[in-house]
Design a binder for this molecule. Structure first.
Ligand code: SAM
Length: 374
């Protein structure tokens, strides 16, 4: 199956090459931003699990260069494509999706981290590190504020994590590793986010994800599960978008006692705090009826247990939102390409893919079936 076949089957793969993005994931972030206005008022960002760097490219182009990629841009792109397919305006190149950029901003700080090397990007500090390792936190803090001591750290406005493990195909194992990556990202976010800050992370929707949502609701006023149009409907992937970071008064971020590990916080603590958060939500909604964080909430307080300890069964179901303008390409559809279509090479081939060694070994062994002597 050739490159142009993939171009047909995956409009976002093709568009990414045409628009200079290192990966089709760029569109997921752009569509999340369309829905949640993620970049508004943001100058300090941490991009976790960032290689090959398409999210960082988006950050660099939007926050530093001041380019905008709004709904209108998507509609123009789709219209140009349709016109091209219908033979109208032949020869006219597709409209540029970005608007004219202002002078690059110098007050923006973006730090991107990945296990894999990330090729340099204008205005972005890149680190090669494991986000699950405690040593990554001081590295990150230092990259954010190289000239400050530990008492003068400036918090960040937005933490992104598009982390995904190398999928094994063993569903439970993949879900587990993904959830560990998510907790690592959340623990890093709790250490660096400023009140009011935002956290966006990839999740795999599956069993027990409700508890995670409930935990996130402890820290953020609004928690939504979002599925951008560029994320295939058949994939379990979605993004948890957490807005307005408001940690509980007594909460102290600590990597010695990270969330998601051991007994901290306990189920009872989570339930008590969720109940309190929901109560606060209810009174807030009563005073601001236009608030759309309309989650389905179920709290059932059970009778006393035999030991006399009250227990609570708390379910907090995060709202689910499909996002990305309806005029945007459908990631599950195949699109017919013009007869004279020329397939482009990817913008940034992986610098050190995990499968590189396997390919080298296979090559050394004489190909997929080994050296044959006839
Ligand atoms: N957002 C990226 C972009 O737009 O180019 C794509 C990210 S890719 C889907 C997932 C990344 O997670 C991979 O580059 C992988 O190396 C990274 N990753 C997985 N586990 C990690 C870990 N423990 N620490 C840091 N990065 C990790």
């Amino acid at each position: 199956m050739g490159k142009s076949s993939k171009d047909k089957r995956d409009a976002y793969y093709r568009l990414a090459k045409e628009q200079g993005w290192r990966a089709r994931s760029a569109f997921k972030l752009l569509q999340l931003d369309e829905e949640f206005d993620l970049f508004s008022g943001v100058t300090r960002v941490v991009d976790l699990c960032a290689a090959p760097g398409s999210w960082s490219q988006v950050l660099s182009r939007v926050l530093i260069k001041g380019e905008s990629f709004g709904r209108t841009a998507w509609q123009n792109q789709e219209a140009a494509f349709r016109q091209q397919m219908l033979g109208i305006n032949q020869g006219k190149t597709a409209e540029k999706t970005e608007t004219a950029a202002a002078a690059p901003r110098t007050d923006v700080k973006i730090v991107s981290i990945d296990l894999q090397p990330i090729s340099p990007l204008p205005g972005i500090v890149t680190l090669r590190a494991d986000i699950t390792h405690p040593a990554t936190v001081p590295l990150l803090l230092n990259a954010l504020d190289p000239d400050s001591d530990s008492t003068q750290r400036n918090p960040v406005d937005l933490v992104l994590s598009d982390g995904a493990p190398d999928v094994t195909g063993l569903h439970d194992l993949d879900m587990y590793v993904q959830s560990q990556l998510l907790f690592a990202a959340l623990n890093l976010a709790l250490c660096v986010l400023k009140p009011g800050g935002k956290f966006v992370a990839k999740i795999f929707r599956g069993r027990n994800v409700d508890l995670l949502f409930a935990q996130l609701k402890l820290f953020f006023t609004r928690v939504v599960v979002a599925k951008p149009r560029s994320s295939r409907a058949s994939s379990v992937e979605a993004f948890i978008v957490c807005l307005d970071f408001q940690p509980p008064a007594a909460f102290q971020a600590s990597l010695e006692k990270p969330l998601g590990v051991g007994e901290y916080p306990s189920q009872a603590q989570v339930e008590a705090a969720v109940a309190a958060t929901l109560e606060a939500d209810k009174s807030k909604k009563a005073s601001q009826p236009q608030d759309d964080s309309s989650s389905i909430v179920e709290i059932e307080l059970e009778d006393q247990t035999p030991a006399g300890v009250p227990t609570a069964t708390t379910r907090w179901i995060a709202p689910f939102l499909a996002c990305g303008d309806l005029s945007a390409f459908d990631s599950d559809a195949s699109y017919k390409l013009p007869d004279d279509y020329v397939s482009l090479d990817p913008v940034q081939p992986p610098t050190a893919p995990p499968y590189k060694r396997a390919l080298e070994m296979r090559k050394a062994a004489g190909g997929a079936y080994g050296k044959t002597t006839v």
